[in-house]
Structure formats: C-alpha cells, structure tokens
Design a protein around this ligand. Structure first.
Ligand SMILES: C[S@@+](CC[C@H](N)C(=O)[O-])C[C@H]1O[C@@H](n2cnc3c(N)ncnc32)[C@H](O)[C@@H]1O
Length: 213
C-alpha cells in the first residue's frame, strides 16, 4: 500500500546520474563534522543521499516550493533518516534573511546549490552569494553545481542547446558565465575558486569566504 508520505516523494531523474560524481567531489571538500545547508534541494534525493554518505555532517535541505519541502521530508522518512536529518526549511534565496535555526548557523561549513543559478533569475545568484558571505564562517565554502559558459563560450553544443531551451522557457534563465559568477562572489568576499569538471559538461565550483573583503 502507498502511504501518504510515499505519494509526496518526487523523483528528479538527473539526480540518479549526478549524485555519485557530485558526492565524490563533496567527499574531497567536506570536513568530518559540521553542518551543510543545501539551497534548492528540489525532490530531496540529493539531500538524503549525501546525509547517508556523510554521516558526520548535519545535512539541512531547503527549497521555497512547499511541494518540494514535502517531498524532501517524505524522502527523509522513507530513508529512515529522521533521527539524523532535520526537516526541510522553506528558503527562497531572494528573501533578505533566511530562517536558519541556531544549531545550524553555529556549525555551518558549506552552502551547496545544485542546478539552481541557471534555472532562476541572475538576481538569485547575486543574493545567494551575498547571503552565503554573510552566514558562512571564514574558510566556509559556497559550492555550486551546474553547466557554465567559460571565457565567453559554451563548453559544448549540448550546453548551448540547453541554454537556448532555458531562455525560451524564461528569458531571465540561462547558463551563466563562470567569470561573472566568480566576480559576483569576489565582490562579497568569496574568493579562491576551485573548479572541478564533472560528467555531461557540468562543473562543480567551490569558493571560500575570505578574511578580507
Ligand atoms: C532544477 S531544480 C534543482 C533541484 C535539485 N537541486 C536537483 O538538482 O535536482 C531547481 C530548484 O530551485 C528551486 N528554486 C527556484 N527558485 C529559487 C529561489 N529563489 N530560491 C531557492 N530555490 C529556488 C526550485 O524550487 C527547484 O527545486
């Protein structure tokens, strides 16, 4: 029989393909202990995967969409992670301050956003960088995953076609220039960007909160 919680669980097929490679890069970046705040968690499939893979990390998922928050919570229950993992927070990066519980802020090490900034207006990237710089400790990292243009060009024909389809769906969306993202981050004190090439022409970037702005 399908329980009400099961009905809430959403499936985002790309998460099955990219959770392994994303997790492998996270394994190089995450400390043994601490908190991770995931922005735009979507279905919650990444969140439960990473909570299981990194048990020393408190993985806090979030999304502004109530149906996505329901799905995240249903996945947490389905995976029997309720004792380890908090319920999803409803966070919209465009809001000026995020409703973070104290235990999370105290031990926050990373903020992760997977497939957000190209499927959202550019203002989301700016707001994400600004808020991340305000709430991360020195040395804490903002980690982003998705497709990017580099040096003014797409890195593949498939990314170019994807960019066009995004812009047709919403003119404010689109594959972002890596250098523009780096500049937005630099301006708010997020520096020392590391770039990892991931399958299917995606990048994972990590950028740290610097002592100096
Ligand atoms: C393409 S989905 C990616 C979901 C998930 N990270 C993944 O990779 O499967 C984009 C997500 O961004 C969320 N989103 C859109 N606008 C947002 C905003 N302003 N603040 C935070 N999240 C947002 C959507 O609700 C959606 O869950």
């Amino acid at each position: 029989m399908v329980s009400p919680a099961d009905q809430d669980r959403l499936y985002f097929p790309a998460t099955e393909r990219n959770r392994g490679p994303i997790g492998d890069v996270l394994a190089e970046m995450l400390p043994e202990q601490g908190s991770a705040l995931e922005i735009a968690s979507g279905s919650g499939e990444h969140a439960v995967t990473f909570q299981r893979r990194f048990p020393g990390i408190l993985w806090q998922a979030s999304d502004p969409d109530p149906s996505h928050c329901k799905s995240i919570n249903a996945w947490i229950e389905h995976e029997s992670l309720s004792a380890l993992m908090p319920q999803a927070l409803q966070i919209d990066v465009l809001e000026p301050s995020w409703p973070l519980p104290e235990h999370l802020s105290v031990d926050l090490k990373v903020i992760v956003a997977i497939n957000l900034i190209h499927i959202a207006p550019w203002s989301c990237c700016k707001s994400l960088a600004k808020q991340a710089s305000e709430i991360l400790p020195i040395g804490g990292r903002l980690i982003l995953y998705g497709p990017y243009r580099r040096n003014g060009s797409h890195t593949s024909l498939s990314n170019e076609a994807f960019d066009q389809s995004l812009r047709e769906r919403n003119p404010l969306w689109g594959v972002r220039d890596l250098e523009a993202v780096e500049k937005v981050c630099f301006d708010v004190g997020l520096r020392n960007m590391y770039v990892h090439d991931l399958p299917a022409n995606n990048l994972m970037i990590s950028i740290s909160k610097s002592l100096h702005i």
